[in-house]
Ligand binder design. Sequence first.
Ligand code: NAP
Length: 436
Amino acid sequence: MRHFVVVGSGPAGFYTAEALGKAYGEAARIDILDRYPVPYGLIRFGVAPDHQSLKAVSKRYDKVAESAGVDFIGNVCIGRDVSAGELLELYDAVILAIGAPHDRKLGIPGEDLPGVIGSAAFVGWYNGHPDFADLGPPLGGTHAAVIGNGNVALDVARILSKTAHEFEGSDIVGHALEALDNSAIKTITILGRRGPHQIAMTPKELGELGHLDATSPVVEAKDFPPLEADDALEPGQRKSVTILREFAARAPDPAKPKHMVFDFFAKPLSIDGDGKVERIVVERTELDETGAARGTGERYEVPASLVVSCIGYSTPPVEGVAYDERGGKFLNDSGKITDRLYAVGWARRGPTGTIGTNRPDGYEVADRIASEMPPGSSGDRGGAKGLKLLLESRGVMPTDYDDWRKIEETEVGRARPGSPREKFVRHEEWLETLGR
Ligand code: NAP
């Protein structure tokens, strides 16, 4: 018998557990740890609440959690309740699937002013992440700015643009829905340091902007290279650029009071304001020979009383685990960190790719483990039994999959009409639901 522990119950963790389950069958026990009593990581806390179809993948993860040989162990945090070294003593292999929950810093003056928020915090706030329940983003001004040209920037700009009616069917948390409904924001400027050809936005997500109830996308035709240049783009990117060109060809709809302005070739230099953010100083850029943004010296100001930076994420270091400071992830060779210690998902690759990218990623690492510890071979480690004793000695009370179902049932039971659930936004509420 082999004992494996996957740390983190987001997509990367679940695909890896699924792959290990398939490779080992009854010859392994797999524990999936999470610091929260609720599973799914990015699916619950990162995927936009108005993208319910993307969240449906959690049904597949449920099957994994319910399969024989797999246990969900919630409310246990690596680095706080148990160390990586201790897990390596207890399990034959430790797979770190802790994602990349920290915001990358802009590294410009003023980024710590009140009102400047990283996307992890802002997304966490509207998705019911307990760390951000009290974020209270300032929504009282008329101008907001979103920094970055990736899909997270699009998610954030879209959420800021939607009417309460457009959130029907979503699982946005009640406190965010109410705050957004009372928001005064009329202009959301998306700042990209490069041009339309360099966006990291996918066509489906961009296309949605053409159908918002109260917001028109605003794109300037002068930002595009000649149309023929689009031929060189790979098909998905060409589709995205074509959608942007369509927006540029349209005048904003006068019936829609809000504008989502794409400001390309705009590099933030500093964030200014008197005790809180009031504006971003931006430098106009052009592309250099390598395709990077080069400042032109032309500067201007973009007013904003809320700034959300959506420029990528990093994995937090874990004591005793080799870390790649520059990449913001664990140092690894195709998922292997060191003997019996592996990383999958964003903790392995950095914060890129879709949810589905984590499937081959997790399967590859599981294959590697299976080649190093062939199914049928046995280890001499006891797995969960030892972990539970250790946690008990530290006063840590783990939760299990049945506990999660109880929380979920309660969340579904208190949903507002038309919403699949009303999430609890605080750790204590989860534990109270469980009578702890
Ligand atoms: P991303 O795709 O890497 O985009 C980051 C953006 O930030 C880029 O436009 C980048 O510009 C810009 N940037 C980086 N540093 C900057 C700086 N210092 N100043 C100004 N701009 C800066 O990251 P993401 O949007 O966080 O998304 C992470 C992953 O999740 C991506 O793979 C994404 O596709 C995925 N995702 C998917 C969905 C979906 O499918 N619906 C939704 C959300 C996220 P440069 O290109 O110039 O570096």
